[in-house]
Write a protein that binds this ligand. Structure first.
Ligand code: MV4
Length: 504
């Protein structure tokens, strides 16, 4: 039984995992790149070891080196977090071969779900609905795909079997345009994953992306922790997640039937540890399995806030061979939670990544507020990793309370030195469609613009520019981003009455 965990990750998720280990009384080992010498996860861990230069290939992706460090530091388990090595079946197997616990699923489950065509046919055989499309697991040639396409019908999607997250995906509207699209999809999949295999699915338009969190222990117990609504995203990057889903709402029957099928999908691959089943849900509440993520997810905190389950601690207990502390009957969803992903990127400039040193920051706190972050004033945001710098999560008794609390927290949140997408989230909180929960996966890209959201609001850009110049002059070479407040904000009184009208 291990009492020391190596965290094979960085940023907010490494910090999150260290916290869980602390609470369980376990020792922690951090690994870091040259860009992360000063990072929070390095400071918080009991020990820390340098991996190499900043690029991931020379640091956080060095599986063998990480396993060596685990053995030398006498860690008994490795938590991969998300991204990097988290969904690499070969890495999970290498951990086991070295006598280390991999805090995640078995390599066979990662592999089965990692091939999206295998995943589709496996869960379908177990009775889980999938979007109509090609069946079977072998690689399909262009001839075969072109002859199957008319049966599936247009529009359809070409998807990469090694894919996920939209890479190598192509929308096809007619048989004529299909050969060229097959070619480019295969080329992109080959370049991204070293695997040019593709499969077909009917395109579901205007659907929502709703996922179910599952937990499974090594004793055959599998439960679900309800859903998360993840439709608010831009270019396949999620920006905000909430639970319950406003679309599922108080339809407990829908929630439990999706939950039961998510459990069945997990069981179909002998799943152990935490995982997430993604569904597409159409306007008539038909739902279809999309894929399974065999890792801890970025948005896990919203589920923690409403169920009270510490998912990371449960992952570690499961990896240590313990029984889960919960049965399905112990799981209740209490209240509402929303997470805004705070990214170092400029929402006024096409969400361009922003790098530089964080000179100042003030974190929101108070009732119902949680901030998971890996940065602090003085830390330099480098271009080597993703732009997520923190997650702002709020809980409220109702969705209205959660939204008001998020508005309050976004106002409290001050970051100087890099630009962030906080103004985007502020505008989103004011949008009628968001308030009404009436959004699908196209909302941000097709129906939302910062300019339109800010039209008619008092323009204080002149004052903001002067302050930004002063701040830039005093503390940093970069302009601070001034978030306008006061007049341009709808007052909470007005907001609440608008909300109440919407609910009628
Ligand atoms: C789909 C779909 C519509 N119909 N499949 C995008 C990423 C990958 N996980 C699957 N994706 C989609 N698959 C069928 N048959 C629409 C999407 C999709 C999407 C899904 C979830 C969240 C955001 C999305 C944005 C665009 C497209």
């Amino acid at each position: 039984m291990f009492n020391k965990v190596l965290i094979a990750n960085r940023g907010e998720i490494a910090v999150r995992i260290i916290r869980a280990c602390r609470e369980l009384g376990m020792q922690t080992v951090a690994v870091f790149s040259e860009a992360d010498r000063q990072a929070l996860h390095v400071r918080y861990a009991d020990e820390a070891y340098l991996l190499g230069p900043p690029p991931s290939r020379e640091s956080y992706l060095l599986g063998e080196k990480i396993i060596d460090i685990a053995l030398k530091s006498e860690a008994g388990g490795i938590h991969p977090g998300y991204g990097f090595l988290a969904e690499r079946a070969d890495f999970a197997q290498a951990c086991l071969d070295a006598g280390l616990a991999f805090i995640g699923p078995k390599p066979s489950a990662i592999a089965a779900m990692g091939d999206k065509a295998v995943a589709r046919s496996t869960v379908r055989r177990a009775g889980v609905p999938v979007v109509p499309g090609t069946e079977g697991e072998g690689s399909l040639g262009d001839e075969e795909l072109l002859s199957l396409a008319p049966e599936i019908g247009f529009p359809l999607l070409i998807k990469a079997t090694a894919g996920g997250g939209g890479k190598g995906m192509r929308e096809v509207n007619s048989l004529e345009e299909m050969p060229a699209l097959l070619h480019s999809a295969r080329r992109e999949a080959e370049a991204s994953f070293g695997d040019g295999n593709v499969y077909l699915e009917k395109l579901l338009e205007g659907a929502r992306h709703i996922e179910i969190q599952v937990l499974a222990d090594a004793h055959g117990n599998v439960i679900h922790l309800g859903e998360r609504e993840c439709s608010l995203q831009r270019r396949h990057q999620k920006l905000l997640e909430e639970t319950p889903s406003p679309f599922v709402g108080d339809d407990e029957e829908l929630r439990q039937s999706m939950g039961a099928l998510a459990v069945r999908a997990a069981q179909a691959v002998g799943y152990v540890n935490a995982g997430t089943i993604e569904f597409l849900v159409d306007k008539d509440k038909n739902y279809y399995f999309l894929e399974m993520n065999t890792r801890l997810q970025v948005e896990h905190p919203v589920t923690e806030m409403v169920t009270g389950v510490d998912i990371v601690k449960e992952q570690i207990r499961i990896a240590r061979g313990r029984q889960m502390r919960y049965t399905q009957d112990d799981i209740f969803m209490n209240g509402w939670a929303i997470e805004c992903r705070i990214n170092a990127e400029d929402p006024y400039n096409n969400f361009l990544p922003s790098t530089g040193r964080i000179t100042h920051s003030l974190l929101p706190t108070g009732p119902g507020v949680r901030v998971d972050t890996g940065v602090y004033p003085g830390f330099e945001i480098s271009p080597y990793y993703d732009s997520l710098i923190s997650k702002l999560i709020v809980w409220g008794e109702t969705r209205a309370e959660a939204i008001l609390r998020m508005r309050r927290s976004l106002e409290e949140y001050k970051i100087a030195g890099v630009r962030t997408n906080i103004p985007f989230h502020q505008n989103l909180m004011d949008s009628h469609r968001f308030m009404g929960g009436q959004y699908d996966t196209r909302f941000v890209e097709k129906r939302f613009s910062m300019e339109a959201a800010e039209e008619g609001k008092t323009d204080q850009s002149g004052i903001a520019a002067i302050i930004a110049t002063l701040v830039a002059h005093q503390q940093t070479q970069r302009a601070a981003h001034i978030i306008q407040r006061g007049e341009r904000d709808t007052s909470n009184w007005k907001w609440l009455s608008r909300w109440e009208r919407l609910q009628r």
